[in-house]
Design a protein around this ligand. Structure first.
Ligand SMILES: CCCCCCCCCCC/C=C/C(=O)SCCNC(=O)CCNC(=O)[C@H](O)C(C)(C)COP(=O)(O)OP(=O)(O)OC[C@H]1O[C@@H](n2cnc3c(N)ncnc32)[C@H](O)[C@@H]1OP(=O)(O)O
Length: 365
C-alpha cells in the first residue's frame, strides 16, 4: 500500500471538507451518515446531544450514526473522515485504498497483506507463506492502514487470517538485522513507535474483530488475540509466545489481557516461560472461542461469519463498544508501557544474541 499510517492534520481535514463540496455524484445516504458522524466526532468528540424521538427519522439516524462511534478519539475520526472523503473522489490517487467495501472487492497493496471485502466481511490476510507469514515493517504499516479503512467501510465485521500452513510466525526477525551499529538506538525507538501505533489500531477498532487461525501462530499475532472479539481455530493451530527465549517481553497488551482471560498462573506459563498451547488448550483457557476439525474448518467458520455479518451493523458496533469501552484507556496505557519496555529489550545483549542465533540457524553456520 502506498499510503502509510498517518494522522490527518487540521489542513487535511479542511481540504477534505472542501473536496466533499466538489463531489459530482451523490455518495448515498449510508455514506453521508458516516461522513456526518465522523465530522461531529472529529469536531465535538463523542455524541453529546439528547436522543431524538423515534419519529424524527432523519435526526434519529444522524444521532445513531454519531453515537455508534462511541469514544473514538477525535484524531482517529478526523483521519477516517479524510480517508472516506478521499475514497469518494475519483481524482484522488489513493481512492482505491479506502473505498467502502463492495462485493468481492480486492483492495490494492503489497501482496504480503491482501484485503478483500465480500458478504459484509472485510478480510485481512497475511500472505507470505514461504516465510510462514512473518510480519515485515511494511506489513505492520499496511495493516494499520487496512484497519483504518475497514473501520469506515460498509462491512459489518473484520477478519484476520493467514494464507498457507501458518497463521503467522509473528514479527519478522530480520526486521532488526539490517541495522548498522550507530543506528541501533534510533531503530529501536522507531520500532517502538510503530509497534505502539500498530497495537493502538487494534485497541481502537470499532467493529467486531475476528481471528480465523488456520495454523500455528507465534509472538505478536498471539498476544493481539486478547483484543479480538472472537477467535476461531483449526485443530492444527498452536499458540506460542517465546519472548524470554528471544530476550524480549510481551506486547499487544497481553501483559494485561492474558492474566484477565486465563488467570495469572496460566498467563505466566505462556508469556514468561513460553509454553506452546494446542488449539484445545487455548480454548480451555479462554483465548480461543471455538476449535474446529481441520477438514471442515474453513467451511464451518466462513458460513458462520457470513451469518453474523448479516446482523445490523450499528448494533454490532454498539455492543462491542459497550463491552470494550471501559477498558480502552487502560489498554492504551498498557500498550505504551509494553512498547517502552520492549525498546529497552531490543538493545539488550540477550535479545541481540537471540537474533544472532536465528540468523545463524538460517545461514546454517
Ligand atoms: C524500524 C524497525 C522495524 C521494526 C518493526 C516493528 C517491530 C515490532 C516488534 C513486535 C514484537 C513482536 C514479537 C514477536 O512476534 S516474537 C516472535 C517472533 N517469531 C519467531 O521467533 C519465530 C521464528 N521462526 C521460527 O521459529 C521458525 O521459522 C518456525 C517455527 C516459525 C517455522 O519453522 P519451520 O522449520 O517449519 O520453517 P522454517 O524455519 O524453515 O521457515 C521457513 C522460512 O520462513 C522464515 N521465517 C519463519 N518465521 C520467520 C520470522 N518470524 N522471521 C523471519 N523469518 C522467518 C525462515 O527463516 C525460513 O526462511 P528461509 O527459507 O529463507 O530459510
Amino acid at each position: 500500500m502506498s499510503r502509510t499510517a498517518m494522522r490527518a492534520s487540521e489542513k487535511d481535514f479542511e481540504n477534505a471538507r472542501n473536496q466533499l463540496k466538489l463531489l459530482t455524484k451523490d455518495p448515498g445516504n449510508e455514506v453521508k451518515l458516516k461522513l456526518y458522524a465522523l465530522y461531529k466526532q472529529a469536531t465535538e468528540g463523542p455524541c453529546n446531544t439528547p436522543k431524538p424521538s423515534m419519529l424524527d427519522f432523519i435526526n434519529k439516524a444522524k444521532w445513531d450514526a454519531w453515537n455508534a462511534l462511541g469514544s473514538l478519539p477525535k484524531e482517529t475520526a478526523r483521519q477516517n473522515y479524510v480517508d472516506l472523503v478521499s475514497s469518494l473522489s475519483p481524482s484522488s490517487e489513493s481512492s482505491s485504498q479506502v473505498k467502502p467495501a463492495a462485493a468481492n472487492e480486492k483492495q490494492p497493496g503489497s501482496e504480503n497483506i491482501i484485503v478483500t471485502s465480500q458478504d459484509g466481511i472485510t478480510k485481512i490476510m497475511f500472505n507470505r507463506p514461504s516465510k510462514k507469514n512473518a510480519i515485515t515493517t511494511s506489513m505492520y504499516k499496511e495493516i494499520i492502514h487496512a484497519l483504518k479503512a475497514a473501520s469506515t467501510d460498509n462491512s459489518a465485521i473484520t477478519v484476520f487470517t493467514g494464507n498457507g500452513d501458518y497463521y503467522s510466525s509473528g514479527n519478522d526477525l530480520t526486521n532488526f538485522t539490517d541495522v548498522s551499529p550507530n543506528s541501533i538506538e534510533e531503530t529501536a525507538k522507531n520500532a517502538s513507535i510503530l509497534l505502539r501505533e500498530f497495537v493502538d489500531a487494534f485497541i481502537d477498532f470499532p467493529k467486531p474483530l475476528v481471528a480465523v487461525i488456520n495454523g500455528p501462530a507465534v509472538g505478536i499475532v498471539v498476544t493481539l488475540l486478547g483484543l479480538f472479539d472472537a477467535v476461531y481455530a483449526s485443530d492444527k493451530a498452536t499458540f506460542h509466545t517465546p519472548f524470554s527465549e528471544l530476550g524480549q517481553s510481551p506486547e499487544g497488551c497481553a501483559s494485561y489481557t492474558f492474566p484477565k482471560i486465563m488467570g495469572p498462573a496460566k498467563a505466566a506459563e505462556m508469556l514468561i516461560f513460553g509454553k506452546k498451547l494446542t488449539a484445545g488448550e487455548a480454548c480451555a483457557q479462554g483465548l480461543v472461542t471455538e476449535v474446529f476439525p481441520e477438514s471442515t474448518f474453513q467451511k464451518e467458520v466462513w458460513t458462520r461469519l457470513k451469518t453474523y455479518a448479516k446482523l445490523p451493523t450499528n448494533s454490532l458496533r454498539i455492543s462491542k463498544e459497550l463491552i470494550r469501552s471501559n477498558e480502552k484507556e487502560k489498554l492504551h496505557a498498557v500498550n505504551a508501557e509494553e512498547c517502552t519496555v520492549l525498546q529497552g529489550r531490543w538493545l539488550s545483549e540477550e535479545c541481540m544474541n537471540a537474533l544472532m542465533n536465528f540468523m545463524s540457524r538460517k545461514s546454517k553456520l
